[in-house]
Design a protein around this ligand. Structure first.
Ligand code: GLY
Ligand code: MN
Ligand code: MN
Length: 437
């Protein structure tokens, strides 16, 4: 992403404000255990507006009736930090690299923030950010309030994230290119897992093969903890243990994907451990696939997201009736939410800088948003039948199937960005067969 993109995003955000000061902080590093840290991951809202990847940084945007201004506060270059953790960019280089109006040493923030807030009436922050930076800003606003002669002071604090995330909902061509790159690597990893799968391997061995693809092809991170769930483990929706052996005759559900330049992909495939669907597995799999294809087919600009959810539930409920897992009148089953026992999660979510992009699902009136070109959403129907569910025919017990793709809404409909990943029974079986010893 080049600098112009970030500048335009900041400008767009400021255009939405009458006047005020926006303060956004970088993510805090997280301790994993004593003296060791999780890999650092930047705050997506912060990154979206400036592309700066370091911690201990602040982006401040200022708007008055006359001017707009963008200011970065960052850690200065420091020999000690360079020795242990690598060189920071530093103030001078940041001035050259970033198209912001000012760059300051973060240590100057406590004194400069008062001047920045002076004469402003509105402050925009992440309301859930409890960092010392935001506390400092509120403290400075209070001091200004109590200072004689200061006539205008902060009278309202607003949520900045809603404005930013509304903007994040529509992806640019450049963002879509990053998502496509993430999906491209994820496709290779899923195919690798299909090719390698056999009974006796451990779930973590397939996970490791996928992680190898991600890392060796340059992905900086996985978008989320991988789920590699053999057999009945697929019925634990957030199964991330991945410690069990894969058994002959079982399916394996893999929900794993990587990030590229902080943009996510999110893909699930379910396939037979031994590469060949049993008749029952194929029957259930194709029911889920049929639902997924119909839902994707219905996506186009103007369709409400809520309607799609409802439609997907109708289709899943019908699939469960066809499988004779549920019996009764569909409308009554839907009304009583009987289908939720076997299809408990939503049909999908926004995806972008966050795998679950926190963009709004409803407009300011609380009405479901309509799809529009540039939105990216996962479509991931699933049917899950627990091994201990004695209310279901024995042949179905222990089967858990989810199929997940990443869908871009276009001018005329939608594009399945992950359509290259084997998905039909025939494609999957062919991919599994290309196993090389
Ligand atoms: N992998 C997380 C999800 O599918 O939502
Ligand atoms: Mn998902
Ligand atoms: Mn997923």
């Amino acid at each position: 992403m080049n600098e112009t993109h970030y500048e335009l995003r900041r400008q767009k955000l400021l255009n939405a404000l009458e006047e005020g000061v926006v303060i956004l902080a970088s993510a805090s590093p997280k301790t994993r255990s004593n003296d060791t840290q999780y890999p650092y991951r930047q705050n997506s809202d912060f990154y979206y507006l400036c592309g700066f990847g370091e911690d201990n940084a602040l982006l401040i945007l200022v708007k008055t009736k006359e001017i707009t201004k963008s200011i970065l506060f960052i850690e200065p270059y420091n020999e000690e930090h360079a020795l242990w953790n690598g060189a920071r960019l530093g103030v001078e280089k940041a001035k050259e690299r970033f198209c912001v109006d000012e760059v300051h040493d973060i240590h100057e923030y406590p004194t400069l923030i008062k001047d920045i807030l002076r004469d402003h009436v509105a402050l925009y922050i992440d309301l859930f950010d409890e960092s010392s930076w935001i506390r400092q800003a509120k403290k400075s606003a209070k001091e200004l309030h109590e200072t004689r002669g200061v006539k205008r002071h902060i009278r309202a604090i607003y949520d900045a994230t809603h404005l930013i995330r509304s903007q994040r909902l529509i992806k640019s061509q450049e963002e879509i290119a990053q998502i496509k790159k993430a999906i491209e690597l994820t496709a290779i990893a899923h195919h690798e897992a299909m090719k390698s799968s056999k009974a006796g391997l451990y779930e973590y061995e397939l996970q490791a093969k996928m992680s190898y693809v991600f890392l060796s092809k340059g992905a900086q991170a996985e978008s989320y903890e991988a789920i590699v769930a053999g057999g009945n483990n697929a019925n634990t929706l957030h199964y991330i243990d991945n410690r069990e052996v894969l058994r002959e005759g079982d399916l394996v559900l893999i929900d794993a994907a990587c990030e590229w330049e902080l943009y996510a992909s999110d893909i699930t495939r379910t396939f037979p451990v031994n590469g060949k669907f049993s008749e029952v597995q194929r029957y259930v799999y194709e029911k889920v696939l049929e639902v997924q294809l119909k839902v994707i087919d219905a996506i186009k600009p103007g369709v409400k997201r809520d309607w799609l959810q409802h439609y997907s539930e109708e289709l899943l409920c019908q699939a469960l009736i066809d499988l004779e897992i549920l019996s009764g009148v569909r409308s009554e089953l839907l009304e009583s939410k009987a289908h939720k026992k076997y299809a408990p999660h939503g049909i999908g979510h926004w995806m972008g800088l966050d795998v679950h992009d926190p963009c709004p699902y409803v407009d300011d009136e609380g009405e479901s948003l309509c799809f529009a070109p540039g939105m990216v959403m996962t479509i991931e129907p699933g049917i899950y039948i627990r091994a201990d569910d004695a209310t279901v025919e024995e042949k179905y017990r222990g089967i858990g199937i989810r199929i997940e793709d990443d869908i871009l809404i276009t001018q005329t409909g939608c594009e399945n960005l992950s359509s290259a990943i084997a998905k039909s029974v025939e494609e999957i079986e062919a991919m599994c067969k290309s196993y090389v010893l």
